[in-house]
Write a protein that binds this ligand. Structure first.
Ligand code: FES
Length: 226
C-alpha cells in the first residue's frame, strides 16, 4: 500500500489510522495481509513450539460447546503450556484461553475440568474466570463484537457506534442474532484510546470506527462468516 493511500504524507487524504488491525478506514486489507498468515486461523492446534504455546488463541470458525477439552493435539498443547510454569497455578490464564478456544465459552463444568488439570480448587478457577470479561460465561455468536464506551471512545461517539451495531444487527445488548453470527456487547477500555472508537471483534481490533462504518463492517463479517 502506498503512503498516500494510508493517509500519510499526502495531506489531501484524510488521515484514518488503520491501527494494527488495518481493517478500519476503507476496509481494504484482509486480516491475513495485516497480521500474517500464521496468525489467521492456520496455527497448529498443538500450539507449535512450546515457547509460543501460551499465546492468545485464535478464534475458531466453529465453536464446539460439547467438544472434549484436552484431547489429541489439544492435549499436546496443554502439556506444552504446563511445561512453561514451575507452579501449575501460573498456567491458569492460558489454559482457560485454550478451553474457551475449543468450546467458545466457559461453563461451570468446563471450569471444573480446568481445575482438575491444574490441581486447583474449583472456586479458585471460577474466581479467575468470572473476574475477566474476556471469558465468555454464555455462548456467543461467530463474531463477538465488543464496543468500547469508556472515556476516550465515549467522547468520540462510542455510544453512537454501539447503537449503530445494535441497530444494524437487529439485537439488544448481549444478545446473539438469530443466524448465530453476531453477539454485541459494551466493554471498558480496550487500551486503544488513541484511536477511538475502538471495537474488538473476536481477537481483532478495529480502530477509529464511526457509526457510518458499521453497515459495511457487518456486511464484510457476514461474508466471512457465510
Ligand atoms: S477508552 Fe476506548 S480504548 Fe480506551
Amino acid at each position: 500500500m502506498s503512503d498516500s493511500k494510508r493517509g500519510g504524507p499526502d495531506r489531501n487524504v484524510p488521515f484514518r489510522n488503520p491501527g494494527w488491525a488495518g481493517n478500519t478506514g476503507e476496509y481494504e486489507l484482509s486480516e491475513a495481509e495485516v497480521r500474517g498468515e500464521e496468525y489467521v486461523g492456520i496455527r497448529s492446534k498443538d500450539g507449535g513450539h512450546p515457547s509460543i504455546s501460551t499465546t492468545m488463541p485464535y478464534i475458531l470458525d466453529e465453536k464446539s460447546p460439547d467438544a472434549p477439552l484436552f484431547e489429541g493435539e489439544y492435549r499436546e498443547r496443554l502439556d506444552k503450556i504446563r511445561s512453561r510454569y514451575p507452579d501449575l497455578r501460573g498456567a491458569l490464564i492460558p489454559v482457560l484461553n485454550l478451553a474457551q478456544e475449543i468450546r467458545g465459552h466457559l461453563t461451570s463444568e468446563t471450569m471444573k475440568e480446568v481445575a482438575a488439570e491444574l490441581e486447583l480448587s474449583d472456586a479458585y478457577v471460577r474466581g479467575v474466570a468470572t473476574f475477566y470479561t474476556m471469558y465468555n460465561k454464555a455462548p456467543v455468536g461467530r463474531f463477538l463484537i465488543q464496543v468500547c464506551t469508556n472515556i476516550s471512545c465515549n467522547l468520540c461517539g462510542g455510544d453512537e457506534v454501539l447503537a449503530a451495531f445494535l441497530k444494524h444487527a437487529g439485537v439488544e445488548m448481549g444478545e446473539t442474532t438469530d443466524d448465530g453470527l453476531f453477539t454485541i456487547t459494551e466493554v471498558e477500555c480496550l487500551a486503544a484510546c488513541g484511536f477511538p472508537t475502538a471495537v474488538q471483534i473476536n481477537s481483532r481490533y478495529y480502530e477509529n470506527v464511526q457509526p457510518e462504518d458499521v453497515p459495511a463492517l457487518l456486511d464484510r463479517l457476514r461474508e466471512e462468516g457465510a
